[in-house]
Each structure stands twice: as C-alpha cells, then as structure tokens.
Design a protein around this ligand. Sequence first.
Ligand code: IMP
Ligand code: MG
Length: 423
Amino acid sequence: MAVVIVVGVQWGDEGKGKIVDLLTEKARLVVRWAGGANAGHTLVVDGKKYVTRLIPSGILRSGVTCVLGEGMVVDPAVLVEEIRTFRAQGFITQDRDLVVAERAHLTLPHHREIDRLREERPGSIGTTKRGIGPTYESKAARIGLRVGDLFRPERFRARLERHVTAIAPYLHELGGAAPNAAEIASSYLALAEEIRPFVGDASRTVHDAIKRGENVLFEGAQGVLLDLDHGTYPFVTSSSTTAGGACAGLGIGPTLIDHVLGIAKGYATRVGDGPFPTELSDATGELLRKRGNEFGSVTGRPRRCGWLDLPAVRLAVRLSGIEALALTKLDVMAGLDRVRLCVGYRLNGRTLDEMPLDADDLAAAEPVFEDLEGWPDAADGAVPPGAARFVARVASLVGIPVWATSWGPGRLQTVVEHNPFAG
Ligand code: IMP
Ligand code: MG
C-alpha cells in the first residue's frame, strides 16, 4: 500500500488528470485538497472526453472513492451539475463513490460576482472568475459558510444574514448589487438535497483508509507555481498547491505520506497574467497552442505557451519535495526541428538555477537556453531517440528521475516506468 501525492510543477494544466486517472487503477481513494471549480481536468477514455471541475479524476474508475477535502471551496451549483453529468454517464453509482467535506467552504453567488467585477478593474490578475479568491477571503475573515451549514437550515440562514451584512458594503463599492439572502438560502438549500448523501468527514475518511492500508492518491489542482505563499504573488491562486497543502487541507499528518510525484508538460503554459520568461509569442507558440489544444478547460481562454522552464521546475520540486517527474504531451512537440530547454536565468549579472519568486525580478530575468534536436511522431508506440534524449536531459538537469512519459491523450498512450502503487 502507498499514500502518494501528485502535483503539477508548472502553472497548472500539466495533464495531471490523465496521469492521475492512470494511477487510480490501483488506488482506493482519490483526494483533492484545495481550490475549487477553477480546476478543470480533461480526460480521454475510449475516445470519449470527460471534464472534471471539483470532483477528482478518479471518478471514472469503479470502486474508487473520490474525496473533496476540507481545504477546498465548493460551488454547490457546479457540484450538483457534475454529479448529474457523471451519473448520467454511468459513474457515481453509489453514495460511497463520493465524499464531500462538511467543513469545506461554500462559494456563494456574490463571490463569483466580486471576482468578475475585480477582473474588470485595474490590478486584475486574470483569474478564472469562479469566485475562488473571494470564497477564501470570507473563510479567512471568518464570515464564510460551510457545506455542513446547508444541513442546519436555521443556522445557515443566520450565518448568511451576518455574512451578507459584512460583505454588502464591499460589493456596493465595486458597483455590484447587494446579495439577496432569501434567494441564496432557497437555492442553496434546494441544491443541498442532491449533495446530502455524499457529505461527511473527509479527513476521517482518508485517515481511516490509510490506516486500513489502502492505496490513497492525493491529486493536486492548479500547479505548485500558483501557490498562495510560494508562487509569484500576486499572480497566484488563493490556496496551497504545494504537496504540504495536502496534509493541511485534509488534516492528515505528514508522517502518513509515502511519496510525492510531480507532473510537467514537455513545454510550459500559463493562463492569466504574471511573468513568463520562456513565453513564445511567435509561430512556434501558436503551433504548440493549436496542437496541444491549449485553451482553458474552464474559461476557454487561450493559454500562453513557451519552452520548458527548468528553473521553475527545480523550484517546484524543492517546494513540494518531489521525488520523480512525469513528462506529458511530448507528442505535441513532435515535428519541431529544434526544441529548447531553459536551464537557468540571468538576472543583474548573476546566473540563477531556480526561478526567482519576486514578480518584478522574474519579469526582468533572461532565460538561458540549451537547444536540442527535435523528434518526429512516435510510430507504433516507439519512443523516438530525440525524445528519449530530451527526457534524459530533463531528468539530469533537474536531478530526479522521470517515471512516466505521455504521448497522447488516451490511457494507452502513456509509458509508466515505475508505478508507485505497484509492489
Ligand atoms: P483563480 O484561482 O481563479 O483565483 O485564478 C488565479 C490564477 O490562477 C489565474 O492566473 C488563473 O488563470 C490561475 N488558475 C487557477 N486555476 C487554474 C487551473 O486549474 N489551471 C491553470 N491555471 C489556473
Ligand atoms: Mg486545468
């Protein structure tokens, strides 16, 4: 048995959903610990495409329990829609397929409204506008509502009343309408009925499964470089995306974790604002965007594309204690004559091997590139020698092994050298 944390080591969209889906073949629980409906994992199984928002990617495997942890923020309208969609497709056949933490915080309609209004103003950072930041703000201000409140209607209404009184002046300042507490109560309490069978103590569920010796997989959302504390503030999300966040988000002690794995794309993407030293604003960037279908799965925004940034990966590896890397979407890069790896930065006459985290320093940093020969499409699953050299070079420059490579969206187009749940 093993308890494994998987995190994205870039700015999200590393193809985590696909790798996690593969690992869930041997996992009993798949757990998310932070963020909310800002995440979007795209999975392709038997040629059919599935997108998850709040629910972890394990949902496509029968016998796997998916857990939405205490550190998450839950938009019940999105959750109910997801539950209905997966049910209609033959998944979530029993109550124990899904556990939603009763202590997770609720995203309310005006959290989305605040996010949207702020994004129209100077100082916007290009959020997903799903109300994530404002929900965490309410949580930290101790005026938030939680999933469990939905099942104590009197308390829900009383807390909502206090919440609305506290937040209305801010909404007014932004030019938004005052929240209508009665309307929110009636729509949220109605949605609650569809969530009720799944609500419980996620922390205890996960802890007990670990104690029983089950394989448990913690699935990171977003990417380590978007971490609230350790990312390029303020161009970050509002939660803890590092591996340590998994322990905090579920109330699980770090002594119970066995392995931490990282996932990187063979190139880099970023959605939203913030410095991105290896960004390609040319035809190659356009090609990667098109071939890699690099458009936000939540927002549809074109993702900014660039070369793989190893100083950024090294930082993420350090911040999360990552032992091995998966490299995804290597098929997207096939056909390029030359591929580039950013191996360091130049800043103020100095060479840096790790990405600086001050946003202004990062904007001023000059990437130092190493050029490698490209590779053609992988024929019959054989890894082209050029691609094998690229993978080996990444492992050597980051200083940890590459345990899996991915050559296309399907389950079978992945080469796993070492499955952490095997043996
Ligand atoms: P928020 O999480 O919606 O507040 O957005 C903050 C920043 O994180 C923005 O740059 C978003 O584009 C980025 N972001 C949030 N979630 C994801 C994700 O799942 N993938 C990639 N970027 C994300
Ligand atoms: Mg995504």
